[in-house]
Write a protein of this length. Structure first.
Length: 250
């Protein structure tokens, strides 16, 4: 009996104990079939990982046992014991399912090194280190559009300022020092989001900027980096500010 396709998305085949390995292997696909009691999972279009002892099998679970790498004719190439083999394929962009148009919200609360009373035009954040909005893109060197930005002010200072954004990491000044960046870091600039209108409660305030519309393309990685610059004189402690970016990923 030939091996039967049981999942077209993950390319899984299963069969009876006497089945032979499936033919027509596509490089990068993962096949599962029984062959004289052993389980085979492809590494590529030529070599197979043969698992002699199966402890568990299922979506996203590991298969434990003695693992042998064999060629298409079943001849053993190497042998290893105690390895873990993942059944699910490695995620790449060559897959069905996830596409562009996904919206994510990334939140960062900066650590304030000095956290005192700031002067207008000071940098507010960690000395020498920007905020990192990790996972801004689906893939490394990806792209997207910043749709909305929110500043949470837990100290109820409600002072105007801007969130400066950069496409790769850069070096800001010390916390509470005058905002200044190098010419090289100026070239990494993606855009600045101004916060001026606040909505206050008795204990805190929030400022939201809609329709930001900053489109970006990263050179590497999946992170955007940000620095907050105050245009007033807020009294802040570490943890008093938090930032949300709502990003439409390409």
């Amino acid at each position: 009996m030939a091996a039967t396709l049981i999942s077209g998305n993950t390319q899984l085949y299963i069969g009876a104990a006497a089945d032979v390995k499936p033919t027509g292997v596509v490089t990068g696909s993962h096949y599962i079939a029984y062959d004289t009691g052993a389980l085979f999972v492809t590494y590529d279009g030529t070599n197979w990982a043969q698992i002699d002892t199966i402890a568990q099998i299922g979506a996203g679970t590991a298969v434990m046992g003695k693992v042998r790498l064999v060629d298409s004719g079943g001849t053993e190439i190497t042998e290893a014991t105690g390895h873990t083999v993942k059944v699910t394929p490695v995620a790449t962009e060559a897959h069905l399912g996830e596409v562009g148009g996904k919206t994510v919200t990334i939140s960062v609360t900066p650590t304030l090194t000095v956290h005192a009373t700031y002067a207008a035009n000071d940098y507010v954040g960690t000395s020498g280190a920007p905020m990192e909005f990790a996972g801004a893109t689906r893939i490394a060197a990806g792209s997207g559009t910043i749709m909305t930005a929110i500043l949470h002010d837990f100290a109820l200072q409600s002072v105007a300022g801007e969130l400066w954004l950069f496409k790769s990491t850069m070096t800001p000044p010390d916390d509470s020092a005058a905002w200044s960046i190098s010419d090289a870091h100026n070239l990494l600039f993606l855009g600045a989001i101004p916060f001026s209108t606040y909505y206050a409660s008795a204990l805190n305030s929030v400022s939201q900027v809609n329709n930001v519309g900053i489109s970006f393309k990263l050179a590497a990685g999946t992170s955007i980096f940000g620095c907050f610059v105050t245009r007033g004189a807020p009294a802040l402690a570490s943890g008093d500010l938090s930032f949300d970016l709502v990003i439409l990923q390409d």
